[in-house]
Ligand binder design. Sequence first.
Ligand SMILES: [Zn+2]
Ligand SMILES: [Zn+2]
Length: 131
Amino acid sequence: MQRDTKQKRAILKVLTGTRSHPTAEWIYNEVRNEIPNISLGTVYRNLRLMADAGDILELDMCGAVSRFDARRDNHYHFRCERCGEVCDVDEPVHQELDEKVAKVTGFTVSYHKLVFVGLCRECPGTPISKS
Ligand SMILES: [Zn+2]
Ligand SMILES: [Zn+2]
């Protein structure tokens, strides 16, 4: 569908233009500059479709709202538990972990996803204590 393609293109443009791993809501606000009458539901639907198609990554933030990433290769992330900032971690994916887990469990491992959690450079102080 023509309209869907235009929406997808606008969403992808917003997503490739940022390194902040934005939420759907943030993307929605940016895309509205280009398509003022687009709805949040439409943005969500397109993000899902694009994630299913493998065009983008949907990052599962363990209970927090999903983030989206235009970088499609497997890579690690860091999430600040104070400000919520999500960024890429410059560390190669440890493929040997997959083999190790496959050996221990007998499962077939396709890949693993990793999110480091802590405090970013802008959020100094003591880590938030787990209750
Ligand atoms: Zn922070
Ligand atoms: Zn990323």
